[in-house]
Every structure is written in structure tokens, then in C-alpha cells.
Write a protein that binds this ligand. Sequence first.
Ligand code: CTP
Ligand code: MG
Length: 241
Amino acid sequence: MAKNQQKFTALFATSPRRIVAVVPAAGIGARMQADKPKQYLCIQGKTILEHSVTALLTHPAQIEQVILAVAPHDPYLADLPFLNDPRIVLVQGGETRADSVLNGLTHIVPSDNTWVLVHDAARPCLTHTDIDQLLAIQDPNGAILAIPAVDTIKRATATQQIQQTEDRNHIWLAQTPQFFPVDLLRKALQTALQQGLAITDEASAMELSGFQPHLVTGRTDNIKVTRPEDLALAEFYLSQR
Ligand code: CTP
Ligand code: MG
């Protein structure tokens, strides 16, 4: 691990950093209970996916490619206006979010010092300032946007009674984008998936491989549209821009 870190610190210093993005967009949105996958619901005349991808495409860091992992035979895709952008690459999503991300990563042409921003299709309120904060971190372990927990945190028993109260001071809620060297993340996700572990974000795969990614304080409006009531909230946040 330490050897890996040294190697990447050295690379970081010598070759310019390339940035690509992977957007997992192959979920069905079961918790949203809508008539289509939630990334295709509209807010202010644009799909949630379009809001999320546009934040990446318009960022001044010139993200080289935005790789979208989409469901096989996705019937909603053809209508998306941003498909004409030469930086968009479509790949097939997988059974879980981690599989979708890994499929996206395998389409990145390997080169020294390429970093990937992984961003949920279901987070349409991402701002350029959030992306700026993340890209400013120079940590070979990578970094993620997250927010410190504000509610008191309870650990539950199997029968949904309180087992204990956790120390909130050390609890953060992970968001996306999450930002890692492509090669390290690909290996970490492959290893975790081979072990049959349930991986719900990129950082957890990196953690299992021994890395300690940096936590960057994000914005509370970078919500993941998950349940029906989240739609109105995302709509409100976007209307304030
Ligand atoms: N995702 C994906 N491939 C999967 C599952 C999820 O690319 N097999 C994507 C979703 O499209 C979403 C992101 O991962 O942009 C975050 O996942 P989540 O919020 O859980 O979305 P869904 O899995 O679609 O929703 P649900 O869990 O309610 O079914
Ligand atoms: Mg899901």
C-alpha cells in the first residue's frame, strides 16, 4: 500500500492529471415508485440525468470523457439531447451500482495519472463549486464529497430497538462525485466484487484495499433523489440556481 502511494505521489508530481467521469445510470429506481427509472424523471424540463451530466460537461476543468453506464435496451436514452456531445460514451450497466461503475472504468483508455470522478445519475443538484473543492484535493488516496452528520445517530438491533448512540463527531454521509486514480479504483472494485462484498460507493472499495480517502465537505443540496418526496426538494434547489 505504502509502495502504491509513493508511486502515485510520484506520478502526480510529474505528469499532468487527466480527468474522466463515470456516471452510473442503470438503476431502476425501485424506491422512487415512478413509472420510469428516476434518472428519466423531469425537473424544469430536463431529465435528472441531463442535470447531472450537464454539471460535469460544463465544468471548466475540461473533463475529457463522461462515460454513462445505462441499462441494456434502455428505451429512454434516445431522447437525450447531450448524446451529440463527443465526450459522451455509452456503456452497458451491470447488476449492481458497483458493476455499472466497473464497466464504465474498463472503457477508460489507461494512461499515467488518469483520475475518475464517479457521480450518481440521481444527483442532479451538483454544483461546479463542489467539483472544484474535490479536484483541489491532492491526496493519493482519492477523495469524496460528504457531509458531517447533524442528527443524533442510533445503532439499531435486529428488532429495530436502539442498541446504542454513536459518536456523531466522526460520522459523515457520503455523496458523489468521488474522485480516484482510475487504476487503483478499478483494482479495488474488482477485488471487492470478487469477494462478493456489497459495495455502495467507490470509497468503500478503496477502504477495503487499505486506502483512506479524504473527506471533502460537500453541500447539503447535493441530494440523491431516492424517494418520491425528494423530487420536489431537487426541484426547489434547482429553481434557486
Ligand atoms: N445504478 C446503476 N446500476 C445499478 C444500480 C444503480 O448504475 N445496477 C445507479 C443508479 O442509476 C443511480 C446510482 O447508481 O444513479 C445510485 O443508485 P440508487 O440511488 O440506489 O438508484 P437505484 O438503484 O436506481 O434506486 P433503488 O435502489 O431505489 O432501486
Ligand atoms: Mg439502488
